[in-house]
Ligand binder design. Structure first.
Ligand SMILES: *[C@@H]1O[C@H](CO)[C@@H](O)[C@H](O)[C@H]1NC(C)=O
Ligand SMILES: *[C@@H]1O[C@H](CO)[C@@H](O)[C@H](O)[C@H]1NC(C)=O
Ligand SMILES: *[C@@H]1O[C@H](CO)[C@@H](O)[C@H](O)[C@H]1NC(C)=O
Length: 361
């Protein structure tokens, strides 16, 4: 049937071709080609936008619908069990630990975890925090169990892993850190596409020992009210449009002295899907009146100029693909192993550092 149609159409095309002759065909084809060149980008853009909307599993409003019932953090946390955790726990000695790094990852992002393990993760006590994802939970758990046994750095909780659930994930990080590593000086919350510079991070920590919360302070932001935006927040969840300041969720530090206070206060504040806005602005800043210390080196950006001194200057760089991270890391590690890196970046530090924000995006 289908073959027949194609044959008939093919014959028709041949007939048209013979009737018109080659020059006339060109007369029709040329405007078509020109039209494509002129409007191609617009058509492309339209197709991409349309597919973006069609590919979304469902409107984010639907994903947030369950919060209409209860937005008590306590209510959610109480129901969540720890499924997998490392057999070799951090903080086994009573000494104070400078920093505990908890990385928000997702079950399928094995490549990202490997990149972190191969690079900066090896220089800091680093653990990955995951939930459950996909149709075959049992299979995922078996994979995670094997991975956890091998690297002893996975913490898996019994809840749906989804970016709309990052607030829960961060709360779980705090709870875990309180139970397993109460003597940590700082809890460092970051993501698996962030490259951390352990040497710069230690410097940042030394200079900010008294900071209750430390990170990249974003001032005067407005919430996304377009429901197809990834960071959409419905009005029924948060009425105010304007957020005066919050610490970017890509990399921030909570002083060990405040983790318990923060979590306890959060039990009184209805949850919001934006993890950083919720914990650093609503709970820490608004309710507890804590200072959100701005630290430009805990950057949520990345350099477009691939200059080692720019990387070296930052304690965190965001949006790194695994292979990109591994490549950038080789230089960082080289510098880290030399004790004269301040000499190496002397020119940059003296003349260019103040302008280096322009090299970030
Ligand atoms: C939500 O859950 C908490 C904790 O379980 C409970 O105390 C509270 O009454 C619940 N709120 C509503 C509106 O059901
Ligand atoms: C977030 O986690 C809770 C608890 O597992 C679950 O009920 C909810 O559906 C999750 N949300 C999303 C968007 O997956
Ligand atoms: C830094 O130290 C290394 C050896 O550790 C040396 O090879 C290099 O020349 C030094 N660079 C500067 C700028 O001092």
């Amino acid at each position: 049937m289908f073959g027949l149609i194609i044959r008939i159409v093919g014959k028709k095309v041949l007939v048209i071709f013979r009737q018109f002759g080659r020059s006339k065909i060109l007369l029709i084809l040329l405007p078509l080609v020109w039209g494509l060149v002129a409007f191609g980008p617009a058509i492309w853009w339209l197709a991409m936008e349309t597919s973006r909307y069609l590919l979304l599993p469902s409107a984010p409003t639907q994903l947030l619908e369950h919060y209409r019932r209860n937005r008590s953090l306590h209510y959610y946390l109480d129901g969540i069990q720890t499924l997998i955790e490392p057999s070799l726990l951090p903080c086994t000695s009573p000494d104070e630990m400078a920093v505990l790094v908890l990385v928000a990852s997702a079950p399928i992002r094995f490549e990202h975890r490997q990149a972190v393990r191969k690079t900066w993760g090896a220089h800091l006590p680093t653990y990955f925090v995951l939930g459950l994802q996909g149709d075959d939970i049992d299979e995922q758990l078996v994979d995670n169990y094997v991975e956890g046994k091998q690297y002893s750095d996975l913490i898996v909780f019994d809840f749906q892993d989804h970016y709309q659930n990052l607030t829960l994930k961060t709360a779980l990080m705090m709870k875990w850190s309180l139970h397993r590593c109460p003597q940590t000086q700082f809890l460092f919350k970051t993501d698996d596409d962030v490259m951390v510079n352990p040497w710069t991070l230690r410097k940042v920590l030394k200079e900010n020992e008294d900071a209750p919360l430390l990170g990249y302070n974003k001032r005067d932001s407005y919430l996304h009210r377009d429901e197809y935006k990834k960071w959409f927040t419905p009005r029924w969840m948060m009425r105010e449009d304007h957020v005066s300041q919050y610490l970017s969720g890509t990399a921030y530090l909570i002083s060990g002295d405040f983790i318990s206070k923060l979590l306890k206060k959060a039990y009184e504040v209805p949850m919001v899907n934006l993890e950083d806005v919720y914990f650093t602005y609503l709970v820490a800043h608004r309710r507890l009146g804590l200072r959100l210390v701005h630290e430009r080196r805990l950057s949520p950006y990345k350099p477009w100029l691939k200059v080692t001194c720019i990387y070296w200057d930052l304690a965190s760089v965001h949006s790194m693909e695994p292979d990109e991270m591994v490549t950038a890391w080789t230089k960082i590690e080289q510098y880290g192993k030399m004790d004269n890196h301040s000499n190496l970046c002397w020119f940059f530090n003296t003349y260019l550092r103040d302008f280096s924000e322009f090299a970030l995006y």
